[in-house]
Design a binder for this molecule. Structure first.
Ligand SMILES: Cc1cc2nc3c(=O)[nH]c(=O)nc-3n(C[C@H](O)[C@H](O)[C@H](O)COP(=O)(O)OP(=O)(O)OC[C@H]3O[C@@H](n4cnc5c(N)ncnc54)[C@H](O)[C@@H]3O)c2cc1C
Length: 588
């Protein structure tokens, strides 16, 4: 059950596992570990319950701000973004970021997982071996309008038996046919890909999203859904901020501290409570929350911790480092038609009417997220050759992504648009999450270092050029204003003196407008034992301590080359299995 106050919990209960953070990964762990009714689990979640959080349930409204369900973080000044500080979304709600995200369901590439297997020395992460976990996660679901989906995906690679709903779009956008036609006209990098979740995502295809009959499918609605949440051994405490992890008993025989006690509070000045897990603590507070909790507990770079006045429990300099994210840029071009979705954002009467249709019939444009198709593409060799190394995990892995929208998600006051969101999916930039103060209720310093390398800015520039190339396909004649010779965004004239001028102007536009995908990973990276870097071992245990594992998006040493929720679900599914196997071997 879900509780709002600590005194509602049965005080006599002892917990086998305490999970810190009821987000994407935490909800999977809570579900899988309580499949055995003899295993008791307590989840401590800082955010609110997802029940009744209607704005988060409507897929199309995912682009609107929902401050009551968000941590409302802001980054440090980003040099690569001309010094701007930008909003950094994180779900402050059961289900975590899966309850507020853009709902895109992309698994990443075969190369991404094979690289993870190499880096961790664990073949269990290879693409072939993780298919089991994708299948445990995914429950392929018909779209809200039940249209014939033949030719829009490959059924052979999907699962009907998982927990989290995934579907194709359930409302036809007026540009759908043109997008497919443009892919046929242009071929090459725009070639149609029947299913981008096959391990080879390159090309253009239909977006798959975590949507269940027009409603968001989050970790909370699925893994903590009605059929699971009332298990007698599953207890979820919301509105509960974990402040620190504490050493619970004398060190183990090899001298490693045993960390199975967690301290939590309901307000900055309120009393601190403690609870101890009889088996393990599972830290799933996400790529921002996890390093913050570790550092406040004395696990991190010892000189940094000492400078903050925190007693050092374990010197792990990689905590909070290696922060990786996908830079994201929303580009728009004016169109002549008026069948775009722009009016929905501007006209509150229309938006309310559509919400009624969504609510009563599960139909209409609100049943989908804001993108209908994606393109995954690689840099041309001539561009790639400028760089000493290719950060992609392999040759079947994209460097950038384009997402096509039938309108402007930035809500322009007038006009009709086609939107193309460009993202760098193999960024070289690495940032950090560090403590600002030792107050666990104060936000940490979030520095994704977006666009801080040449590779990243050049790749974003190529992505924008690819978007323009796409809009110059013959099918857009008479629809996209300017076709042929669609203008580059941010540039007033197409007749610049030289290519260099255009590149410089594009770079200025990119740096002034790029934001985040909120695909934060890497701040508690997994590495081989004795590798000299990293935070967790391949079995998710925090290096040098006992009783504590980190299981969430922070463990990825490299960001997958797609949106990060599906890989995070896979991490949590596999971790649950490993934990169960470990305790079965221990004889429990
Ligand atoms: C706005 C946005 C859009 C995105 N769009 C997409 C998309 O379209 N597709 C996609 O694949 N991915 C997307 N992502 C990324 C994806 O959702 C995340 O990578 C994934 O959900 C991360 O899962 P996690 O378990 O690591 O963290 P989270 O799901 O964020 O879970 C962490 C949980 O821990 C809780 N917590 C943190 N600190 C504490 C504390 N001190 N005490 C108690 N609880 C705590 C949080 O409240 C949260 O519930 C998006 C993310 C955001 C924020």
């Amino acid at each position: 059950a879900v509780y709002g106050r600590t005194d509602e919990l049965q005080q006599s209960t002892s917990w086998d596992f305490v999970i810190i953070g009821g987000g994407t990964a935490g909800s999977v762990l809570a579900n899988r570990l309580t499949e055995d009714l003899n295993t008791s689990v307590l989840v401590l979640e800082a955010g609110v319950s997802n029940i009744g959080a209607v704005p988060t349930q409507i897929p199309f409204f995912c682009t609107l701000p929902h401050p009551e369900y968000d941590w409302n973080y802001t980054t440090t000044a980003q040099e690569g973004l001309n010094g701007r500080e930008i909003a950094y979304g994180r779900g402050f709600i059961l289900g975590g970021s899966s309850s507020v995200n853009g709902l895109f369901y992309t698994r990443g590439s075969e190369d991404d997982f094979n690289r993870l297997a190499d880096v961790t020395g664990d073949s269990g992460w290879s693409w072939d071996n993780v298919q089991t976990y994708f299948h445990r996660n995914e429950r392929w679901t018909p779209p809200a309008d039940h249209h014939n989906t033949t030719g829009e995906y490959d059924p052979s690679i999907h699962s009907l038996t998982g927990i989290n709903a995934v579907s194709l779009a359930g409302f036809p956008q007026s540009i759908n046919e043109n997008i497919i036609q443009a892919s046929n006209e242009l071929g090459g990098e725009f070639q149609f890909n029947l299913d981008m979740n096959s391990g080879t995502p390159l090309g253009l295809g239909w977006l798959q999203a975590t949507i269940d009959g027009g409603n968001r499918s989050s970790a909370a609605t699925s893994y903590l859904g009605p059929e699971f949440i009332n298990r007698p051994n599953l207890h979820v405490l919301v509105n509960t901020r974990v402040t620190r992890i504490l050493q619970s008993s004398p060190s183990s025989s090899d001298g490693s501290p045993i960390l199975t006690t967690v301290e939590y509070a309901f307000s900055p000045d309120g009393p601190r409570y403690q609870v101890t897990a009889s088996k393990e603590l599972l830290l799933s507070a996400g790529a921002i929350g996890t390093p913050q909790i570790l550092m406040n507990s004395g696990i991190g770079n010892s000189s940094f911790l000492t400078s903050m006045g925190i007693p050092v429990l374990m010197d792990l300099p990689s905590v909070g480092q290696n922060f990786t994210d996908h830079p994201r840029l929303v580009n728009n071009w004016a169109v002549t038609g008026n069948h775009t979705f722009d009016a929905i954002y501007r006209n509150s009467t229309l938006s309310n009417d559509l919400e009624e249709v969504w609510n009563e019939r599960g139909k209409g444009p609100l049943v989908d997220t804001f993108v209908s198709h994606l393109l995954f593409a690689r840099l041309n060799n001539s561009v790639l050759d400028q760089f000493s190394a290719d950060p992609a995990a392999g040759n079947h892995t994209a460097h950038y992504e384009l997402g096509f929208s039938n309108g402007d998600i930035n809500v322009a006051p007038t006009g009709h648009f086609i939107g193309i969101t460009t993202r760098v999916v193999t960024p070289e930039s690495r940032g950090s999450v560090l403590l600002n103060t030792t107050d666990p209720f104060t936000a940490p310093l979030i520095n994704p270092e977006l666009l801080s390398t040449d590779f990243d800015i050049v790749t974003m520039r190529e992505a924008v050029k690819t978007a323009v190339k796409f809009l110059n396909a013959p099918v857009w004649t008479g629809y996209v204003v300017g076709n042929p010779d669609v203008p580059y965004p941010g540039i007033n004239t197409t007749s610049s003196d030289s290519d260099m001028d255009i590149d410089e102007q594009l770079d200025a536009y990119i740096r002034n407008n790029t934001g985040t995908s909120a695909h934060a990973v890497g701040t508690a990276a997994m590495s081989l034992p004795d590798s000299g870097y990293g935070v967790v071992e391949p079995n998710f245990t925090v290096k040098g301590v006992r009783g504590l594992r980190v299981i969430d998006a922070s463990i990825f040493p490299f960001v997958p080359s797609g949106h990060t929720q599906a890989p995070t679900y896979v991490v949590a599914e596999r971790a649950s299995e490993m934990i169960k196997e470990f305790w079965a071997q221990e004889g429990f």
